[in-house]
Design a protein around this ligand. Sequence first.
Ligand SMILES: Cc1ncc(COP(=O)(O)O)c(C=O)c1O
Length: 356
Amino acid sequence: MSIPHVDVKAQYAPLIPKLQDAFARTLETGRFIFGPEVEAFEREAASLLGVQETVSCANGTDAIVLVLDAMEIGPGDEVICPSFTFYATAEAIARRGATPVFADIDPVSLNLDQAEVERKLTKQTKAIMPVHLFGRPAPDLSGFGLPVIEDAAQAFGAGGIATSVVSTFSFFPTKNLFALGDGGLIAVNDAELARRIRMLRFHGSESKKEFVYVGYNSRLDALQASFLRIFLEHIADWNRQRRDAAARYGELLDGLVETPADDPGHVYHMYCVRSPERDRLAAALQDADIGFAVYYQPPLHLQPALRFLGHAEGDFPETEKASRENLCLPLWAGITEEQQAEVVSVLKRASELVRS
Ligand SMILES: Cc1ncc(COP(=O)(O)O)c(C=O)c1O
């Protein structure tokens, strides 16, 4: 049985008639940039996330850049973030001319380790950027008295998100809340910061006549907003389905590999197991035509673009171990019990071969 790593189409297929209606509605209005669909999506997303307001933008990377810019974080400033995350987290910091300062992760949560963050604080630290990796809420890092910018690209609707000042989201099509293309969002609990972000995403202007900041052109299309409004109605159910599927994997795997530590707020954007035998297990999945992913190998501190930070192998032991051991199994809202049982039986056979 061929099983993909993520089946995006299975999630939106039942909604195609509604998506077509939304497309027709937008064609009728003739408004493709900003306008009522974008405004409604921002309001509905804010209400669902329980934040004062949200500002949409072109993608999750821009969302981080816009926040850093609005906070006037730039050259000479340091932002603490993990190295075990997608490149965009650190890239956005570097894009602003600021310095990404990596802190090692906790091996169980795979999120920033609080003690490691504390070790990396300097007078230049302007913000801390935890990542809600694979949909698991990062620990609360607001105790250091610094702004916390949550990179929640993988965790729309996860518990504990958006309790801080600002969180950023990505709607890349494999994310737990996705667009049919690119999209991003910033959730803000600070009206002045929101105003600046809103201006920055449109060339630093509120009026379209007066340009106050050197900004960006980073907008969510009206069409994508209209699709996202439909998906928003399903996100709570989809997140529940992901949690149910994760619980099922936990039972089926029964100690075969290290399964992810649960958290009530975890929305399982990915179901990420760990094993020292990862490469052999991955090869068995590949032979059986089962999709999987291994993430952040090499991790960010060893990426060519960030060589200027001067890191070497061994600098972040837990990050490097997680990078060698992680294996993300097929998961989406709607994966069947039969598909999950097949994944686990391939892994079982492979690990018996490893042991014999
Ligand atoms: C943790 C993390 N941060 C940032 C991003 C960037 O989002 P986008 O691809 O929408 O720019 C992603 C996803 O791609 C991500 O997984």
